[in-house]
Design a protein around this ligand. Structure first.
Ligand code: ADP
Ligand code: ASP
Ligand code: MG
Length: 424
């Protein structure tokens, strides 16, 4: 008997009909002789709607209460799903994150899982029940408060359950057939990939491919959880996240030079203008930035013009952290001695990712050529071993993704199908 963890995203449980469809699928898996544990997200756009509602009440909702509010979304879907399964004559029980033993740190809104104690889940499985767990939520032992794992966090719930229970596979069900060469909503010619390495998936997720949440990919890699991303709308084989291409069934598969393209419109750029070009200034500025806890990404320092002895430093960060970083930098301006700050939230970030890039020359040239042929200006560049990222104007990003996808020969024969969801 296998133990299978299945995660259903919001787009797969958007209404009563979808919940019944998903319930049927879960029951089929059970009837095929497997133990089944399900992690479920809030229905459709519920989480977004709850966030909007909170902001109608106050511009700065209290983080503890925000988590209390948002976790209700998953409580609704888990109970409805368990009801639907029971009505089909199969035993099912739903559990909140804390009942399921999802222990996290105390960081509201972005808590990390520190332990999983699934005693009750095991008991239910032993009694032959299907276990349904509310995704995206946990419990902190010190504060005794409910926490959430960050947007998209139900993926992490599923992976953590799979690791703790020693599941054979963790299936992530969503509204597309698997992981594509680009977001099919933006690049209609994107095609599904059969396999992707966890290393590449981490880069794609970090670059904005929200089909898998980055922390879930990290967790799966660390705990050796096998991930299969597939559609809840059909039975097609999805995408397997593998350790490396050459461990794939023992057959050496050549690494693709470019596996995929990702884009992100949620970042902004801060430029610190007129920084004295002396040792220690970058350290001083980024110590101030770090004190805010903001997650910064690309950093570019211009070559200083010798005559002025000044330099500009630009970096990107999530838009939602822009205000607090600007405030902290303004407070440190006098001591750091820079001239001014510029804030630009109209940027788009594009990344091309591929494990084969390591051993292949000319990828940057090909990327820059494709963008220049389309008249798209590049504002910043950064690279890792298997990724090249560039910053463009926000309104050019989608077009940039399409031309780059074509330039690297990734276009499929037919247009990709998105089965559900609003893409919100
Ligand atoms: P769920 O509700 O199942 O969690 P998400 O909206 O979080 O679904 O993730 C699925 C969506 O991710 C797809 O509908 C697609 O628009 C988007 N997406 C972005 N990049 C990719 C990619 N490389 N492959 C597949 N989907 C992607
Ligand atoms: N409902 C949460 C969100 O929308 C968690 C998830 O769907 O993974 O972010
Ligand atoms: Mg998701």
């Amino acid at each position: 008997m296998s133990l299978i963890v299945q995660k259903f995203g919001g787009s797969s449980v958007a209404d009563a009909e979808s919940i019944k469809r998903v319930a049927k699928r879960i029951v089929e898996t059970r009837k095929a002789g497997n133990d089944v544990v399900v992690a479920v997200s809030a229905m459709g756009d519920t989480t977004d709607e709850l966030i909007d509602l909170a902001h109608e009440v106050t511009p700065m909702p209290d983080p503890r209460e925000m988590d209390m509010l948002l976790t209700t979304g998953e409580r609704i879907s888990m109970a409805l799903l368990a009801m639907a399964i029971k009505s089909m004559g199969v035993d099912a029980r739903s559990y909140t994150g804390s009942q399921a033993g999802m222990i996290t740190d105390a960081r509201h809104g972005s808590a990390r899982i520190v332990d999983v104690t699934p005693t009750r889940l095991r008991e239910a499985l032993d009694e032959g029940a299907i276990v349904i767990v509310a995704g995206f939520q946990g419990f902190n032992r010190d504060t005794k408060d409910i926490t959430t794992l960050g947007r998209g966090g139900s993926d992490t719930t599923a992976v953590a359950l799979a690791a703790a229970l020693g599941a054979d596979v963790c299936e992530i069900y969503t509204d597309v057939d698997g992981i594509f060469t680009a977001d099919p909503r933006v690049v209609p010619r994107a095609h599904k990939i059969d396999r992707v390495t966890s290393e590449e998936m981490l880069e794609l997720a970090a670059a904005g491919a929200k089909v898998l949440y980055i922390r879930a990919v990290e967790y799966a890699r660390r705990h050796g959880v096998t991930l299969h991303v597939r559609s809840s709308f059909n039975n097609n084989e999805g995408t397997w996240v593998v350790d490396s291409y050459d461990t794939d069934g023992g057959v050496a598969v050549e690494e693709p030079i470019i596996t995929g393209v990702a884009g992100d419109l949620n970042e902004a750029k801060i430029t610190v203008v007129g920084v004295p070009d002396v040792p220690g200034k970058a350290a001083e500025i980024f110590t101030v930035v770090a004190s805010t806890g903001a997650n910064i990404d690309m950093i570019v320092q211009n070559v200083s013009a010798a005559s002025t002895g000044l330099t500009d430093i630009s970096f990107t960060l999530p838009k939602v952290e822009g205000e607090k970083v600007l405030t902290a930098l303004r407070a440190g301006q006098e001591s750091a001695g820079f001239q001014s700050l510029q804030y630009d939230d109209q940027i788009g970030k594009l990344a091309v990712v591929g494990a084969g890039m390591r051993t292949s020359a000319g990828v940057s040239a090909q990327l820059f050529r494709a963008l220049s042929d389309a008249g798209i200006n590049i504002e910043m560049i950064s690279t890792s071993e298997i990724r090249i990222s560039v910053v463009t104007r926000a309104d050019m990003l989608n077009e940039a993704m399409r031309v780059v996808h074509t330039a690297f020969g990734l276009d499929g024969e037919t247009e990709a199908v998105v089965h559900g969801g609003t893409g919100r």
